[in-house]
Design a protein around this ligand. Structure first.
Ligand code: AHR
Length: 521
């Protein structure tokens, strides 16, 4: 079977991943048109270290130097057709242009994230579980980034989104040892349960302590203490997010990791040891946050030994708890516990990719993933910007001399509209996971809880500015109402409606905004 044309639900392969990679390498060598394989990529590195990948998922790049197949499948809204997004070449980056072309003039979601090992541990939208119903797929174009100099798309989860495979091959069960890593993001997270990648129950239910072994990244502080503001890498071992064998952090230096790209790792020998690390995925090494015993009685029972079940989850908890948000770029799971040296080499490879923000665009452009500020254009108020203050959305004067807090409050990350991909949402720069949202026509900064109403209330559709320049933003669910400042407070206002903030006086200017470079990039 060609690695390019795998059937959607292929039988699980029995070949060990390392052997399969070698076989594929052999097949590819000498084929005309196949480009030179890249240097060792994460799963080559794990394989050389004696801990081969049993699952490898990424929407951005190949994780084996010789992988030349699909990374993910997208489905477009216009006619429900699907297509696979492949790597550009063996060991290369995602062919994002193919996605852009297939999804032109419509919207797409990611329906499969393929496993790059021969085991076909592919991830599809997660079914209902003990908590939460059917999960939604992520929008395909919500998270443009650059990797290896290419524009590619990460997977942005904004609540009630998640993936799962309950019928895996080669993933650790019982007390078998395993390791894993994931590249996530310290600018898009929350304290919902549970932004996970790793091993979970095969029946979508909480089946008890030790039945999970997954990386968690976010600010859900399950056991005290948690130091600083997070987000923290933790081990979701079921019925607990562990920073150590005593639950809470034993590391006062671990105040969380807010880098835009964060490498997270977890390894667990299944009987008496686990270790957690994180690092800046753009440069440098990994910091060990915990390395030691698994939790034991009298603190907690059931984790030593573990009772791993071998399903794979992404973006949700083991029982399908699906209120978390987060970003995912790549990750893999191994058979056996990888050495520190192996993990360091994997981190070096991740750093060599030079993950970065979206390609620069002209000022004034609402490019998803880019950070902007929004300046009032009404005469006499053009030094005021939309910012949050005590949870309310207001305008205030922000200048180069303003405090870092004021600048952060006045900076927003543009996201694909949470309820409509053709529109936009604004995520707070300094309160990741919280969005500009209206309620009773007033605007607030509020956590995204994933409900349809919250998504709609946080979605705004840009159009040419009412005053003849700039941009006006229509509320998605109240389309005759536009973002407006009135007495320094933000509302969605109609032109001449019954509320005082609907007054026709200055309505055009008050609803027109200049999209500027961000005060806090
Ligand atoms: O362990 C934390 C969470 O608890 C798990 O992910 C979920 O299954 C349970 O609700």
């Amino acid at each position: 079977m060609s690695v390019r044309s795998r059937p959607r639900y292929a039988r699980k392969a029995l070949l060990p991943a390392g052997a399969a990679a070698a076989l594929i390498a052999g097949i590819l060598v000498g084929l005309p048109g196949v480009s030179q394989a890249a240097g060792p990529l994460p799963c080559d590195i794990y394989g050389s270290g004696g801990t081969p990948c049993v699952a490898a998922h990424s929407t951005t790049r190949a994780l084996f130097a010789n992988y030349n197949g699909p990374l993910y499948q997208v489905r477009r809204a216009s006619n429900n057709q699907t297509t696979n997004i492949n790597v550009l070449e063996a060991g290369g980056y995602a062919n994002a242009a193919a996605q852009d072309s297939f999804c032109a003039n419509t919207t797409c979601v990611i329906t499969i994230i393929y496993d790059q090992t021969t085991r076909h541990n592919d991830l599809t939208p997660a079914p209902p579980g003990g908590v939460g119903g059917q999960d939604n797929p992520v929008p395909a174009d919500a998270l443009p980034v650059t990797a290896g100099g290419h524009t590619v798309y990460g997977a942005e989860f904004s609540g009630v989104m998640g993936y799962r495979d309950n019928y895996t091959s080669g993933v650790a069960t019982g007390s078998q040892p395993e390791g894993m890593y994931a590249v996530m993001s310290g600018t898009h997270f929350n304290s919902g349960c549970c932004f996970d990648y790793g091993n979970a129950e095969t029946n979508n239910l909480d089946t008890g302590n030790g039945h999970m072994d997954a990386i968690y990244f976010g600010t859900l502080c399950w056991f005290s203490p948690c130091n600083g503001g997070g987000p923290w890498v933790m081990a979701d071992l079921e019925n607990g997010l562990f920073q150590s064998n005593t639950g809470g952090s034993q590391n006062t230096g671990n105040t969380g990791n807010r880098n835009p790209f964060v490498t997270t790792t977890l390894k667990n020998n299944g009987t008496n040891f686990f270790a957690l690390k994180d690092g800046n995925a753009q440069s440098g090494g990994l910091a060990t946050r915990f390395s030691g015993a698994l939790p034991v009685p009298p603190f907690r029972s059931g984790y030593s030994p573990m009772h791993k079940e071998g399903a794979i989850i992404l973006g949700i908890g083991g029982d399908n708890s699906n209120s978390a948000i987060g970003n995912f770029f790549e990750g893999a799971m191994t058979a056996g516990v990888p050495s520190d040296a192996t993990e360091n080499t994997v981190q070096a490879n991740i750093a060599s990719v030079s993950y970065g923000g979206p390609s620069p665009v002209a000022a004034g452009t609402l490019n998803p993933g880019s950070t902007i500020s929004l300046r009032a254009t009404t005469s006499g108020f053009t030094d005021r910007y939309i910012r949050h203050q005590n949870g309310n959305a207001v305008t205030s004067v922000i200048s180069s001399g303003s405090s870092a807090l004021d600048k952060g409050d006045g900076s927003w990350i543009v996201r694909r509209g949470l309820a409509n991909n053709s529109c936009v949402s604004f995520e707070s720069r300094n309160f990741p996971g919280e969005f500009l949202r209206h309620q009773n026509f007033q605007l607030f900064r509020q956590p995204m809880n994933g409900t349809a109403l919250a998504r709609q209330d946080a979605t705004f559709c840009p159009q040419a500015g009412h005053s003849g320049s700039g941009t006006s933003f229509a509320s998605l669910n109240f389309p005759t109402r536009f973002l407006r400042h009135f007495n320094s407070t933000l509302f969605i206002a109609s032109n001449g409606g019954s509320n005082n903030f609907d007054t026709a006086t200055n309505w055009a200017a008050d609803t027109t905004w200049a999209v500027t470079s961000p005060w806090t990039p």
